[in-house]
Design a protein around this ligand. Structure first.
Ligand code: NAD
Length: 305
């Protein structure tokens, strides 16, 4: 077997990958940006793979395979395996960090410090209790389950949303996507951790946001297009929801004219919820594990479906 490494300084060409049978898209390669328009090395690699007639397997460092380039490869029977789980805990920790920041009003501390202002003690209008509140977690893969587990550890009641109705240990109850609307009026925290599919695209729209109570916070670590961003920005502006956090956007980087930049009570990060020092090593270990299986002609782990 012959291996070739592209480290981002040398762009992959169609000629170089003409004979390639398997490829690994590493964290390092995605490093500069996961948007090919802003990352020439990634763009050239994806283009070369799209035109590699012998390609049979692509291991990716992401958990989702919703990018059109990956979907096109799958349509021509290239097997894609993911790095699901490699950053699940980091993503879940980020989701909880955002929820706790809202719950304990961290943005107000930051504002008050910047203004050199000692915040007056509050009475009846103190923040709502985090424990005892109700969380709904959409998508119960590795990230969703870890979010659910942490929410339970904080004393929350957790409703999980998944396609199968079987109970899971991390949730108090399970509902289907069709039953989600019924759970919304009792939701204090709506966590989105599902893949972007035809079923979840635009799931959180104006109609859904209208069903949520005014004190709800929406936490999105899934994909930007799971939410109708214009509807979210409107709900924040009109105060029909109390806050939202998103790590992911339908267009990344978030365009300068997005209404979300100035939306009140909105926290955002730049698709970085899963970044941590151990991420690269964990994705590398998943690739090596699968490579052994590939050599032994065994079924690969983490197949994208
Ligand atoms: P996973 O493969 O472990 O789990 C995905 C889960 O979602 C599965 O249990 C699947 O059955 C479920 N699911 C699929 N369609 C659904 C639907 N229509 N409704 C409800 N549930 C559905 O993946 P994961 O590691 O938990 O990641 C989930 C998603 O989070 C990824 O697909 C990706 O889009 C996103 N993600 C974001 C970041 C980030 O940096 N913000 C990092 C990793 C993953």
């Amino acid at each position: 077997m012959r291996f070739e490494v592209f480290d981002g300084r040398r762009l992959a060409t169609r000629e170089q990958l003409a004979d390639v049978e398997l490829a690994f898209l590493s964290v390092d390669y995605m490093g500069a940006s996961s948007n090919p328009a802003a990352n020439p090395a990634l763009a050239s690699f994806l283009d070369a793979l799209a035109n590699a007639p012998r390609l049979r397997w692509l291991q990716v460092c992401s958990a989702g395979v919703d990018r059109p380039e990956f979907q096109q490869l799958m349509a021509r029977a290239v097997q894609i395996t993911t790095s699901t789980g490699a950053n699940a805990r980091a993503v879940a920790h980020t989701a909880l960090a955002a929820a706790l920041a809202f719950a304990r009003e961290v943005p107000l501390w930051v504002e008050a410090k910047a203004a050199h202002k000692w915040m007056p003690r509050r009475g009846i209008d103190s923040p709502r209790d985090f424990d005892g509140s109700r969380a709904v977690v959409v998508g119960l893969g590795q990230i969703g389950r870890e979010i659910a587990r942490l929410c339970r550890a904080f004393g929350m009641h957790v409703t999980g949303v998944r396609r199968q109705s079987a109970p899971i240990a991390e949730c108090d109850e399970i509902v289907s996507l069709d039953q989600l609307a019924l759970a919304l009026p009792r939701t204090d925290w709506l966590f989105l951790a599902c893949p972007l599919t035809e079923q979840t695209r635009g799931l959180v729209d104006g109609a859904m946001l209208d069903r949520l109570p005014v004190h709800v916070r929406v936490i999105n670590v899934a994909r930007g297009s799971v939410v109708v961003e214009a509807d979210l920005a409107r709900a924040l502006r009109e105060g029909t929801i109390a806050g939202a956090y998103s790590d992911v956007f339908s267009v990344e980087p978030l365009p300068a004219d997005s209404p979300l930049w100035d939306a009140p009570n909105f926290l955002l990060s730049a698709h970085s919820a899963g970044l941590s020092q151990g991420f690269e090593a964990r994705t590398g270990a998943i690739f090596l594990h699968n490579l052994e299986r590939w050599v032994r002609r065994e079924p690969l782990c983490n197949p994208a479906i």
